[in-house]
Design a protein around this ligand. Structure first.
Ligand SMILES: [Zn+2]
Length: 81
């Protein structure tokens, strides 16, 4: 009768996310790495905000630049249709 699904509630905001690029010690994000960049865009091809991905300010900036470059040379879509 009890629904365990609703029971898993981490305290407050849940586990703290850590920037994936900092973990990998990436300094510059490769705009040609579409596989990686694609993970930071939504299904509508929008860039996901930091609060969703946990990316730090520095890497979010690098990421945004990389995604915009990739879009410019048509490696990534501007919008999903
Ligand atoms: Zn970072």
């Amino acid at each position: 009768m009890a629904y365990d699904k609703n029971d898993r509630r981490p305290n407050k905001r849940g586990r703290k996310k850590v920037c994936a690029f900092c973990v990998e010690k990436v300094e510059t994000i490769d705009y040609k790495d579409t596989a990686k960049l694609g993970r930071y865009t939504s299904d509508r091809a929008k860039i996901l905000p930091r609060r969703v991905t946990g990316t730090c300010a520095y890497h979010q900036r690098e990421l945004t630049t990389a995604i915009k470059r990739a879009r410019h040379i048509a490696l990534l879509p501007y919008t999903a249709d």
